[in-house]
Ligand binder design. Structure first.
Ligand SMILES: Cc1cc2nc3c(=O)[nH]c(=O)nc-3n(C[C@H](O)[C@H](O)[C@H](O)COP(=O)(O)OP(=O)(O)OC[C@H]3O[C@@H](n4cnc5c(N)ncnc54)[C@H](O)[C@@H]3O)c2cc1C
Length: 266
C-alpha cells in the first residue's frame, strides 16, 4: 500500500488528482480496519492540513473546517450557544479518545447509516464546500450523500461545513445499548425553525437522509398518530440486525417523535 502525506492543502489537491483511487485519511478511525484488511490501495494523509481545522463564527453563520475533531466541536462555546444540537450529538459520539481523532468530514464522507453527525447537519440545512484542483463548489449536504457509503464527489476534498445562525428549537436523542462507545440503534434529530420542522435520524435507512414525508405532515395543521405512522413508514426502511429489530426501531422512533413534539409545544 502506498502512503502519501500531504504537506498542505495545495499538496493534497495535487496528490488527490494524481491518485484518484487513493483514500483520504484523517483520524483513520473508520478506515484503519479497511487498511488492516488490505482493502485500500493507497492513502493520502491529510493530518498536516491544520488550515482545515477551525470553527469560525461570522455575522450570520458558523463555519467548521472539515478536519475539525468531534471533541473540538464539543468544546466550542459558539457551537454550544448557536447550534446546540451539534454539541449534543458530539457528546453522544464514541469515547473521549475517539472524539480526539475523529473528524467531522470523516464522519460525513464515510456516509455510514449509523453516522452520528449527519442527521443534525441535515436538519440544520448545512452547506458543504468541496475543493479540487479544478475549482470549488458549495452544495447542501443533502445533495452530497446519495446512497449507502456513497457521495457525489469528483476527486474533491471536503474543506468546510457552514451552518446559518437562526432561532431554532431542537431535539436530539440517540438510543443505544450502553452509555459510552455506543453505536446508534437509532437516533432522531429534529429542528423547528420559523414554524417549520426539519427531521432526520440515523440507523433507519441505508444512508442518513431527511424524513420529508414526516416534515410535510407536521408542517401541515392536522394530523393523527395514524398519519404519523404512515409518514414514518414512507420515510424509513430500517433493517433488522443484531443491534435491533425493524419493529423495535419503528416503535422507538414513534415514541421519540411524540417526545420531541411535546418538547416543541412547551
Ligand atoms: C471505537 C470506535 C467508536 C466509534 N464510535 C462512533 C460513534 O459513536 N458515532 C459515529 O458516528 N462514529 C463512530 N465511529 C466511527 C468514526 O470514528 C467516525 O466516523 C469518524 O468521524 C471518522 O473520522 P476520521 O477522521 O477518523 O475519518 P477517516 O477514518 O480518516 O476517514 C473516513 C472516510 O472519510 C474520508 N475523508 C476523510 N476526510 C475527508 C475529506 N476532507 N474530504 C473527503 N473525504 C474525506 C476518507 O477517505 C474515508 O473514506 C467509531 C469508530 C471507532 C473505531
Amino acid at each position: 500500500m502506498k502512503y502519501l502525506i500531504a504537506k498542505n492543502l495545495d499538496d493534497a489537491l495535487t496528490l488527490r488528482e494524481e491518485n484518484p483511487n487513493f483514500t483520504l485519511l484523517f483520524g483513520a478511525s473508520d478506515i484503519a480496519l479497511k487498511m488492516k484488511n488490505n482493502q485500500v490501495s493507497g492513502v493520502v494523509d491529510l493530518t498536516h492540513l491544520d488550515e482545515l481545522s477551525y470553527i469560525r463564527k461570522n455575522e450570520n453563520s458558523i463555519k467548521i473546517g472539515a478536519l475539525t475533531t468531534i471533541n473540538a466541536i464539543l468544546q466550542n462555546r459558539d457551537i454550544t450557544q448557536f447550534i446546540p444540537i451539534l454539541s449534543e450529538a458530539s457528546k453522544e459520539f464514541a469515547s473521549h479518545q475517539i472524539r480526539n481523532i475523529a473528524s467531522l468530514a470523516g464522519n460525513v464522507a464515510n456516509a455510514s447509516p449509523v453516522a452520528d453527525m449527519i442527521a443534525p447537519l441535515l436538519v440544520l440545512n448545512a452547506k458543504v464546500t468541496l475543493l479540487s484542483s479544478k475549482g470549488e463548489r458549495t452544495i447542501f449536504l443533502s445533495d452530497l450523500i446519495i446512497g449507502f457509503k456513497s457521495l457525489d464527489l469528483n476527486n474533491e476534498i471536503i474543506t468546510s461545513f457552514e451552518i446559518e445562525i437562526q432561532k431554532r428549537q431542537h431535539y436530539y436523542r440517540k438510543v443505544g445499548p450502553r452509555a459510552k462507545l455506543n453505536i446508534a440503534k437509532l437516533s432522531l434529530a429534529m429542528v423547528k425553525q420559523d414554524e417549520r420542522y426539519f427531521i432526520s435520524g440515523a440507523s433507519l435507512n441505508p444512508y442518513v437522509k431527511r424524513f420529508t414525508n414526516l416534515e410535510e405532515l407536521l408542517n401541515g395543521k392536522n394530523y393523527s398518530d395514524v398519519d404519523i405512522k404512515e409518514a414514518m413508514d414512507k420515510d424509513i426502511s430500517p433493517s433488522g440486525s443484531f443491534r435491533s429489530t425493524k419493529e423495535y426501531r419503528r416503535k422507538v422512533l414513534f415514541n421519540m417523535l411524540g417526545e420531541a413534539l411535546g418538547k416543541f409545544a412547551i
